[in-house]
Write a protein that binds this ligand. Structure first.
Ligand code: MG
Length: 160
């Protein structure tokens, strides 16, 4: 078996007048994340982890924010494209682990739904997807509620 790991990171600014989508879940909050797509910071980190594991281009190169095709697109659709690219190269997604960094809102009630969503899109079991939510203890942009950030790692395997 060949094993591949990948890491992804993303951060988006919190602004008024936008929906807050994390892992494809629409989370009630006074602000949402700003971006060209739906700005789902968690899915963007997962996409980059998967793309990194296959030695592919990063999410910004795959889905440029200058391309009108990706304006306001659901990041679930981007993840589907990335998963298809991973599978086309013969890899199986063994597991994906993630960290969300948000001072607000409290995400504990949404973690299970986010886990289900990510697992479903990637075609893997819920117990192969980790979702952890942290605050940033009031410091830096995430801690000051100016942004939400996310980290992700992915492990892929292929029989050789
Ligand atoms: Mg992004």
């Amino acid at each position: 078996m060949e094993n591949r790991i990948g890491i992804g990171y993303d951060i988006h600014r919190l602004v008024e007048g936008r929906a807050l989508l994390l892992g494809g879940v629409d989370i009630p909050y006074i602000k949402g994340l700003f971006g060209h797509s739906d700005a789902d910071v968690l899915i963007h980190a997962v996409c980059d982890a998967l793309l990194g594991a296959i030695g592919g281009n990063d999410i910004g190169e795959n889905f440029p924010d200058t391309d009108p095709e990706y304006q306001d697109i659901s990041s679930i659709e981007l993840l589907k494209k990335v998963v298809a690219e991973v599978k086309a190269k013969g890899y199986i997604i063994s597991n994906v682990d993630t960290v969300l960094i948000a001072e607000e809102p409290n995400l504990s009630a949404f973690k299970k739904q986010i886990q289900n969503n990510l697992a479903s899109v990637m075609g893997i079991s819920d117990n192969c997807v980790g979702v952890k939510a942290k605050t940033n203890e009031g410091i830096c942009a995430t801690g000051k509620k100016e942004a939400i950030a996310s980290y992700a790692v992915a492990l892929l395997t292929k029989e050789i």
